[in-house]
Design a protein. Structure first.
Length: 182
């Protein structure tokens, strides 16, 4: 999918709409000590808005217990699709990040593959992660129960050092099959 250049909104700007960073963190049952200090939580819009939250390690990503009602309320207040939560912990992934996505505003408790969220994440990694790379591989679904792993590839379009757009996508395959009798 093709997406637009990113627009960013930090936690200070959320306050105008009645949302504090602590509200976002408590809706995930994480606290500030769980955050990856390289990446402040940020709202990123590349055509659709997500709050992107970086956690320092896989344990933090695994322990998330989303308060779906609270995430839905915050998503409505900030006009989000949902939250995209990541870690770059090398003990769990050899990719650029592994993630979880929550969008209860759209009846998605947790999603296994979200290209429209991987695009904003790749932009954040490029713009705030101290990297000049243009291609990113992002895992998702590993922490679902049952696991439903996916790999999303994002290619950034960059002109004069600024992201002007991006393409995000991947391929799916059947992992199991089941026969259900009604």
């Amino acid at each position: 999918m093709e997406q637009l250049a990113p627009r960013y909104s930090g936690a200070q700007e959320w306050i105008e709409k009645g949302v504090k960073l602590d509200d976002v963190l408590s809706s995930l049952e994480v606290d500030k000590t769980d955050l990856d200090q390289r990446f402040a939580p940020v709202l990123v819009n590349t055509g659709n808005s997500f709050i992107v939250v970086g956690l320092s390690d896989a344990a933090g990503l695994a322990k998330i217990r989303p308060d779906l009602a609270k995430i839905k309320q915050i998503s409505e207040q900030l006009d989000l699709i949902g939250y995209y939560v990541l870690t770059k912990d090398p003990s769990i992934t050899s990719r650029d990040a592994t993630t979880r996505m929550f969008a209860p505003r759209y009846a998605i408790d947790e999603e296994a593959a979200t290209g429209m969220a991987a695009g904003p994440l790749a932009c954040m990694l490029h713009d705030f992660g101290g990297t000049s790379q243009r291609s990113f591989e992002i895992e998702q679904g590993v922490f679902m129960n049952p696991a439903s792993p996916s790999l999303i590839k994002v290619e950034l379009d960059i002109e004069n050092g600024a992201i002007t757009g991006l393409m995000a996508g991947g391929y799916g395959k059947a992992m199991t099959s089941a026969r259900i009798a009604l």
